[in-house]
Design a protein around this ligand. Sequence first.
Ligand code: MN
Length: 480
Amino acid sequence: MQDYLKRILEGFKSYNPTQDTSMIEKAYHFAETAHKGQKRLTGEDFFMHCCEVALILLEHKLDADTICAALLHDTVEDTSTTVADIEKNFNKEIALMVEGLTKIDKLENTSNDEQTMENWRKMLIAVSHDMRIILIKLADRTHNMKTLDALAPKRRIEKAQETINLYAPLAQRLGMFSLKNELEDLSFKYLQPEEYKNLVAGVAKRSESLEKILLSFKENLDKVLVKEQIPHRLLSRVKNYYSIHRKMVKQNISFEQIQDLLGVRIITESKLDCYRALGALHANFKPVSGTFTDYIAMPKMNMYQSIHTTVFYEGQLIEVQIRTEEMHRTCEYGIAAHWRYKLGTKEDPHFDEKLNWIRQWIEWQRDLTAPREFIESFQTDINLSQIFVFTPMGEVKVLPEHATPLDFAYSIHTEIGDHYAGALVNGKMVKMNHELKSGDICTIQTRKNVLPSKQWLEAARTARARSKIKVSLRSRGIDL
Ligand code: MN
C-alpha cells in the first residue's frame, strides 16, 4: 500500500512541483486507518479502491482538495467517520464534497427504475454547487466498472446499463472525453460481450498494417506543414471500441467496412494556424466530401472546439482534427481544466459557460415533476447532436436536433417564447412544430396577448421550452 502513497504524491507533484502535499498525505493515512480491515468483493483491501479513484483524478490533474476528497470519499458512507470529523481534520470544501458523494451513494443503492431516476435528479441538484463532486463520482464509477466481475451477473448488467446511459453522457457533456471513452468501453464489454470480443480481436488484427500507414501519413503531413511554416505537433489516436460499434450499428456496416479507425490530430498555435493547416492538408491530401465540420467557428455545447475533416491516404480514410493547444487542453481535461488553472497560471475563460449548462438545465428541470420525464429529457438533451440556428442579426443559437421554432424562441428569451405568434425560417412562414436544420435563419414574431397553451408542449422539444411553458400554464391555474 505504501506504493500507492508514492504514486499519488508523485502524480500530484508532476503538475504541482512546488505545492505542499502534507494534506494529501494526511488524507491518505486518515482514510487508510478508517477503512482498516475492510475488504472489497474482489477480496482486496477496500482502501485500494480509494487510491485508484485518486489516481484517475490525478490523470486529469485535479487540485489537492479534490484528491483529498477522493481518498476520503467512502469514509462517511462505510466507516464511523462523520462529515464533521472531515471538516475538523481537513477543511469545509473537502467535507462538502465527501458529504455530496455520500448522498449519491445512498441514492444509488436502490435498484427500481423509477427510484433510480428520482435519484439522478436529486444527485444533480445536490451536487450542482460543486462539479468536482461529479468528477469524483465519475472516477469512482470508472474504478467500480473495472472491477465489475466481482458482482453478480444481474448487477453487472444493471451497473453497465446505468453507466452507458447516464455516466458516460455526463462525462461527455463535461468535456471529459477520455473518461467517457473508458466508461463506454467498460460498459460495452458487459452489455455485448460477443460484439466486444470480436471488435477487440478485429482491431488488433488490423492495427499492425494500420500503424504503418499512419506513420507514413504523419511523416508526409509533417513535411507539408514544415514547408508552409505552420507551427505544429502531431498526435495519433485509434477510436474507442464502443464508438466503432455504434457506427457499425448506425450505418449498418461490418467491421471490415469501417474505414476511419485512424485519426490524427494537428495541434497548432493560433486559430489562424488551424485554418492554414486545413488549407495545406486539403491541398496535399484528397478530402472526403461531406466530412468537414468547423467546430472552431461553431463550438459544441460542451465548449469542444476543433476542425474535423477526413482525407484519403493509401487507400485508407484518416480523420484529421485540427486545434490549438488551448482547445486541446479543454478537450483533454474538460471541466477539470478549470481547477488546474485555478492553481496559479490562468483562469479558463470558458469555465462559467461549461458549468452554466448544467446549472441552467437543473433550473429548468425544477418544473418537470415526474422523475421519468426529468431523466428522459436529460438523456435527450445530452445525447442528441446539435444544430446551429441563426437569428436575423446573425447571432447563433445551439439547439438539439429536432428542435422547433418554439424552442428557438425560448432559447432567445422567455418573453419571446411566451408570446410566440409565428415564425419565418429562411424567409418562409412555418408551423410551430417545424423541425429546424443547421444553418437556418429563424425570425420569431410575437404578439403581446398571446400566451402558451397546452398544445405548445407538443411542439417544444427542449427542456428549457417545456419547462417555461409549464410555468406559464401553472401560473394561470391550467391543469397539466
Ligand atoms: Mn467508492
